[in-house]
Ligand binder design. Structure first.
Ligand code: PMP
Length: 422
């Protein structure tokens, strides 16, 4: 059935919402990795709420727990009161996530969304070190509020703010023309150079995989050296695990593959398990120097998110999701290299776990990428473009996607590719 885009825009949505423009349909129902439109069309979801739906849409196990909680008149909003929903979440998080990895963090509920926890991390780092500076990385994405925007390395989304913090310095991420350049040595030299004009920062904030930045995967050794550099210079290391945490890369935290322990970790998106808003700042215990009430907010710690988040951790464990991701990772890697990269050697494939990108910057660029994702949509697949110039087709299905659906989604990408370049 044909969709009238103008109708969607005029009646239901604001024109500023780009997703509406890219996916012009009205969605009504969703289950697992499928979204159904009002008119009954089925779409495979390779967008997964940009990482907020790792356990799929309306995951039955999680849903039941939420419904029972509502049925029992569980506290729906408690401001900052200590509730049993919060208590259970903290206990489960400690039992299933922190303890087995021998990690020791205090947990601060920020809220409601990822950017709020980024703000808390930056503010706390400044308070601890009494230094205002932050190092971030070129291509980074950390959010849209003024603090997080100031550490976001994309001038386009910053333009309308007419200036953000001038204490932020962007360092090179190991990517593109920087690939052969020792970026850690560069940061080290800057820190040792009293005449660099760049102040020693309170913290370095980084993503282990720049997701919005184009699925750029940081090498393991690079992350280990970054940790050492921070130790050496007494700079706090903040890992933004908002998009690639909660099992997206395989292990619960994405930094585990490097065997490092950041001083602060930021989680959001899939931590609530069901798409409910929630964000967490994990803080090494001795760094928690907040005064009571120094960083608050009405909606931090959503009660339904606690219930769903607790269930999600249980579900993850019972479903042996970590193992499952390995199998799907193997499939995706093979498919992308064999079926897509083989089309042309200018196509680059990057990713790990269940976050992958097809970069066609040197093969058709953003116009071709747009053509491919639009055709995918017509064929029943929701897939987005990311990257510095929107040239990277981003594959981000729910971790729980059934294998035949994953295969079908991939075959749609292949068909759209073939049609676009024929
Ligand atoms: N950091 C990263 C790595 C993200 O991917 C995002 C969201 N795409 C954010 C921060 C901001 O989170 P939110 O949109 O929930 O504010």
């Amino acid at each position: 059935q044909e969709i009238n885009i103008n109708h969607v825009f005029a009646k239901h949505e604001s024109n500023v919402r780009s997703y509406c423009r890219n996916f012009p349909d009205i969605f009504q129902r969703s289950k697992g990795a499928i979204i159904y439109s009002q008119s009954g069309r089925e779409y495979i979801d390779f967008l997964a709420g940009a990482g907020a739906l790792n356990y799929g849409h309306n995951n039955d196990f999680i849903k039941q727990k939420v419904m029972s909680y509502l049925d029992a008149d569980g506290v729906a909003h408690g401001l900052d009161l200590y509730t049993s929903a919060k208590e259970h979440f903290l206990a489960k998080f400690s039992e299933l996530v922190l303890s087995p990895k021998q990690l020791d963090y205090k947990i601060q509920f920020c809220g409601p969304t990822g950017t709020n926890a980024v703000e808390a991390a930056l503010k706390l780092a400044r308070k601890i070190t009494k230094r205002p500076g932050i190092f971030s990385f070129m291509g980074a994405y950390h959010g849209m509020t003024l603090g997080s925007l100031s550490v976001t390395g994309n001038l386009g989304v910053k333009a309308g703010a007419f200036g953000t913090s001038n204490h932020v310095t962007f360092m090179p991420y190991p990517y593109g023309f920087m690939d052969t350049f020792d970026t850690i040595e560069f940061i080290n030299s800057v820190l040792h150079d009293a005449n660099s004009g760049i102040e020693k920062p309170a913290a370095i904030i980084f993503e282990t995989v720049q997701a919005e930045g184009g699925i750029v995967v940081a090498p393991i050794e690079w992350m280990q050296r970054l940790r050492e550099l921070c130790n050496h210079h007494q700079i706090l290391l903040i890992c933004d695990d908002i998009q690639v945490g909660c099992g997206r890369t395989g292990s619960f935290f994405s930094f585990e593959r490097a065997g490092i322990v950041p001083d602060m970790v930021i989680l959001s998106k899939s931590i609530s398990g069901y798409g409910f808003p929630m964000s967490l700042l994990l803080i090494k215990p001795d760094l928690d120097i907040w005064e009571p009430g120094e960083h608050t907010g009405t909606f931090r710690g959503n009660q339904l998110a606690f219930v769903a988040g607790t269930a999600a951790l249980e579900y993850r464990e019972n479903a042996n999701l970590e193992q499952d991701v390995k199998i799907k990772e193997f499939f995706l890697k093979n498919f992308l290299h064999k079926e897509i990269a083989s089309i042309n050697d200018k196509i680059q494939i990057r990713g790990l776990g269940m976050i992958w990108g097809i970069d066609i910057a040197n093969f058709g660029g953003s116009d071709l990428a747009q053509q491919i994702t639009s055709r995918c949509f017509e064929l029943g697949l929701i897939v987005e473009r990311v990257g510095r110039d929107d040239t990277v087709i981003k594959i981000l299905p729910p971790l729980t996607v059934e294998m035949p659906i994953l295969q079908k989604g991939c075959s749609i990408i292949k068909q759209a590719f073939s049609e676009a370049i024929s």
